[in-house]
Design a protein around this ligand. Structure first.
Ligand code: K1U
Ligand code: ZN
Length: 171
């Protein structure tokens, strides 16, 4: 297992639409192992494969609290099949936009179908943090970042700050 580098805004790869997984094989299992290693190291509660530069529709997640036992979850080719009209607001963060947190409003409940690592088709009905995190990660698979849900003014300020930092680092 390897801790991989997490892509940081404004890396263009974060805007790619990721490809569906066609085969669950040893290389996919290695990708998932690296994603958990990277997510726990960060630390984060979720990770999409594109955040480590692999354009595949794979998400890892663990919503257990620090003092609780780990509850690793893998979602392959996740798809929202239903969203509630009721909405909920959570303060979101993103490992690709470090130290930026902002309130985001999204559907409060969602149903998501996905494959597990054995290739079994499952569906989860989610609310609370699981619903928020699933929507945040599925957005990543479609090249969408949580800052895209903020006002243009807020988003532009954040993008400008990270673009300047990237330029300075490249000098
Ligand atoms: O996708 C990501 O960038 C991971 C992101 C997931 C997420 C957080 C909050 C709302 C929606 C989605 C993170 O994990 S940011 C870090 C974080 O929230 C956290 C880190 C350590 C302990 C608890 C939370
Ligand atoms: Zn994120």
């Amino acid at each position: 297992m390897t801790v991989r580098e997490i892509l940081i805004l404004p890396d263009k790869r974060l805007r790619q639409v990721s490809d569906p997984v066609k085969k669950i094989d040893a290389s996919l299992r290695k990708l998932v192992a690296d994603m958990f290693e990277t997510m726990y190291d960060a630390p984060g509660i979720g990770l999409a494969a594109i955040q480590i530069g692999t354009s595949k529709r794979v998400v890892t997640m663990d919503l257990a609290k620090k003092e609780e036992a780990k509850t690793p979850q893998v979602f392959i080719n996740p798809e929202v099949t239903w969203s509630s009209t009721e909405r909920a607001t959570y303060e979101e963060g993103c490992l690709s936009i470090p130290e930026v947190y902002s309130d985001v409003e999204r559907p409060a409940q969602v149903k998501v179908k996905y494959l597990d690592l054995e290739g079994e088709l499952l569906e989860v009905e989610a609310n609370g943090l699981l619903a928020t995190c699933l929507q945040h990660e599925i957005d990543h698979l479609n090249g969408i970042l949580f800052i895209d849900h903020l006002s243009k003014l807020k988003r532009d300020r954040i993008v400008k700050k990270f673009s300047k930092a990237a330029k300075r680092a490249a000098e």
